[in-house]
Ligand binder design. Structure first.
Ligand code: DLL
Length: 435
């Protein structure tokens, strides 16, 4: 098998991709105009008809779609096909408000599976690999998304789903799992449990991880690679747009290639809505140009990232998106300073001795925002002398202050006391919202 799942698309020239995107976009806009009342209304309000949207250059004229639109049309009001054609439903794992429901036709499932298959191939997966899926199966798109992609590729799927870490490890040992699919935080937790039970990475056949569904840093990547003895590939996606596989890492791990024959990416200024030039950081916006059941036009993801069209050494020409550094809406504003949890994680991990188990607690005391970072000590550090721990605490506090421009209280807690997650990690408790 080649290094690509679909070479003609993954290595298309800029003009080929422009034509594919323009054709699909103009068809899609006509479809949603005819089939989704909300889109017809929005386009009429903007003075647009489908004839106005001929190429990708016209995309910026179209109005945005927001998560709230999906909530307002809950559950199926934005579907563009009859229910007879819908073969699968998923829902977003949203923690606030109503869930958003998404639907797929058989063609949608095939398109999405191909996106995931491309990601798996880019991570070196072959037909003889055992793809161990520890993402949750169910309404969350992680489990079934990776599952169908691996099957399309012809690899052997081990559909473990999340949870019961001892059993996950037993299955690694007994079934010869070679590709691990789970969230990065769960990968680290698995590494912890392996360590506790004296199971070495060398005794397993794992070679790669397909890790995503939450923001993670380059430091965390290094830790996972080292502790599990694998190469850790990022995979990005969101239920509203499809699920995992919207973007994926190649062997050079220098930004995720976006499956742009299906999803057009734009980076915009979240305040003005203006499209930003390549390289600039802003909010990620996607337009689904091939999806049948729930095609979203200019969907505001709230994720913060940038894109580049510089050639990639892997030969793929698909545009690359930098690792999302957080979300516009989980960005904390503390005493006026914008703080992404990922900045704090980078500082913690740059100390070398600290593991990425932490909790950021924000509070307001006497009208003043306060930030506390609870950091878990490793067994080794925990048994160290008090003096050593105090020194580390001071170093950490000063590094956090110089990075964020804010003082934070650092509290060390005992090993294994910060709750682990089998899915997306919860890193922030913002008590200000509760008051
Ligand atoms: O998390 C889909 C997925 C499953 C992606 C498995 C990768 C692997 P949702 O539950 O709808 O879908 O959450 C989507 O998660 O808008 C991002 O904020 C975040 N996210 C997903 N992948 C990444 C990633 C799935 N690789 C939301 N890096 C998105 C950073 C990510 N954030």
């Amino acid at each position: 098998m080649s290094n690509y799942f679909n070479e003609s698309i993954e290595r298309a020239t800029a003009s080929e991709m422009f034509h594919i995107q323009s054709l699909n976009l103009s068809r899609m806009v006509r479809r949603v105009y005819n089939r989704v009342p909300m889109y017809r209304k929005r386009m009429e309000e903007a003075g647009l008809t489908p004839d106005d949207i001929k190429t990708v250059h016209d995309l910026k004229r179209l109005p945005f779609t927001y998560k709230q639109d999906l909530r307002d049309n809950y559950p199926y009001g934005m579907f563009a096909v009859d229910q007879d054609e819908v073969v699968r439903i998923h829902a977003s794992s949203g923690t606030t408000g109503k869930q958003t429901v998404v639907g797929y036709t058989q063609n949608d499932i095939n398109m999405w599976s191909e996106c995931v298959a491309r990601a798996l191939v880019a991570a070196g997966t072959k037909k003889h690999d055992f793809v161990h899926v520890s993402y949750g199966y169910g309404l969350f798109t992680g489990g079934l998304g990776l599952h169908y992609g691996a099957e399309m590729l012809g690899a052997t799927v081990i559909p473990v789903s999340s949870g019961n870490t001892a059993r996950q490890i037993q299955i690694f040992q007994d079934f010869g799992s070679s590709i691990l699919c789970c969230t990065p935080s769960y990968a680290l937790y698995i590494a912890d449990v392996m360590k506790e039970n004296n199971i070495s990475a060398e005794s397993l056949k794992l070679k790669a991880g397909i890790l995503g569904a939450e923001p993670w840093t380059e430091n965390m990547r290094q830790q996972i690679e080292q502790r599990l003895g694998i190469k850790a590939y990022d995979i990005y996606g969101l239920s509203e747009v499809a699920g995992p596989g919207v973007g994926f890492d190649c062997e050079y791990q220098c930004g995720m290639h976006i499956n742009e024959d299906n999803f057009i990416i734009e980076i915009i200024d979240p305040d003005t809505g203006e499209v930003l030039p390549d390289g600039e950081q802003g909010e990620v916006v996607f337009t689904c140009i091939t999806k049948e059941a729930l095609p979203l036009i200019r969907y505001r993801t709230r994720d913060v990232s940038s894109i580049t069209r510089e050639p990639c050494k892997c030969g793929r020409t698909l545009v690359r998106m930098a690792k999302p550094c957080g979300r516009c809406d989980d960005m904390l504003i503390i005493r006026g300073v914008n703080v992404f949890p990922s900045q704090i994680e980078s500082v913690l991990l740059s100390m070398g001795t600290i593991e990425p188990h932490y909790l950021i607690i924000v509070d307001r005391v006497n009208n003043l925002d306060q930030i506390e970072i609870k950091v878990e000590l490793s067994e080794d550090l925990f048994s160290d002398q008090v003096k050593g721990i105090e020194k580390l605490q001071k170093q950490l506090a000063s590094k956090i202050e110089s990075t964020l421009g804010l003082a934070a209280k650092i509290t060390f807690v005992e090993p294994m006391t910060i709750p682990r997650s089998e899915g997306k990690a919860k890193r922030v408790i913002d008590n200000r919202k509760l008051k």
